[in-house]
Design a protein around this ligand. Structure first.
Ligand code: ATP
Length: 215
């Protein structure tokens, strides 16, 4: 299914601080959109507004052609990594995914093993997530974001904590997901990831998104 996300003239303030001043972007399935920008420039706030975790003060968010009403609507059909996901520390990676996956889809151990393998984690490891390294936690976060085969992926710094091999593997994974027709929005500080992965690149600067690259 073709999906679209559009932000039109988005404004978001926290008290006196205007974080999003006039943000517009249009995204559609089958592309990867990259957002770069300094720490605190508003990338995460934009993603939270798109996901419906926060509301814009002004402007519009249009999902699949329908304007989102001001309150309460959460972006559906999306796999999301924003900040650190809270996993159960005393359970294994697979058990954590299982608990989340069951909510909507029921038990499917074979599928989750496959997803664990896709992100480079050993499906049968009994290791508790509390004992995972940073890179392993990040791989599990990616697994959680992709396991439901959602059409939209919102990925805020998905390569955080990954080593060189991990980064290469996840790049390949994201490019394959794009080939499958996913809409991917990605924020990153790594210019190489952005260059390799993204069809369109935007820079968040002074509360505005400026397009800096087209493929
Ligand atoms: N809930 C909130 N209340 C008040 N201020 C907030 C809130 N969320 C974010 N901010 C502020 O909004 C600004 C943008 O933050 P945001 O997390 O979007 O930056 P970012 O571009 O994602 O940065 P980084 O590259 O460090 O992840 C920051 O100044 C931050 O302190």
């Amino acid at each position: 299914m073709m999906r679209t996300i559009e932000v039109k003239n988005g404004v978001k303030c926290f008290g006196e601080q205007q974080v999003l001043r006039d943000v517009s972007i249009q995204c559609a399935s089958g592309h990867i959109y990259g957002i770069v920008g300094h720490n605190g420039s508003g990338k995460t706030v934009l993603f939270k507004c798109i996901c419906g975790f926060m509301n814009l003060d002004e402007g519009e968010i249009i999902i699949d052609g329908t304007k989102r009403s001001k309150k309460g609507a959460i972006l559906t059909g999306a796999g999301i990594i924003i900040e650190e996901p809270s996993f159960l520390k005393n359970a294994s990676g697979q058990r954590n995914l299982d608990i989340l996956y069951r909510i909507k889809h029921g038990k499917d151990t074979a599928h989750l093993k496959n997803i664990m393998e896709k992100v480079g984690l050993s499906p049968d490891s009994k290791k508790k997530v509390g004992n995972y390294s940073m890179g392993m936690k990040q791989r599990l976060a990616i697994a959680q974001a992709i396991m439901e085969n959602q059409e939209i992926l919102i990925l805020d710094e998905p390569m955080n904590g990954l080593d060189h091999k991990g980064v290469e593997e996840m790049r390949e994974l994201f490019l394959n997901l794009k080939k499958e027709g996913k809409l991917i929005l990605l924020a990153s500080h790594n210019r190489e990831d952005i260059d390799i992965l993204c069809d369109e690149v935007y820079e968040m600067e002074m509360g505005e998104l400026k397009r800096i690259k087209n493929k």
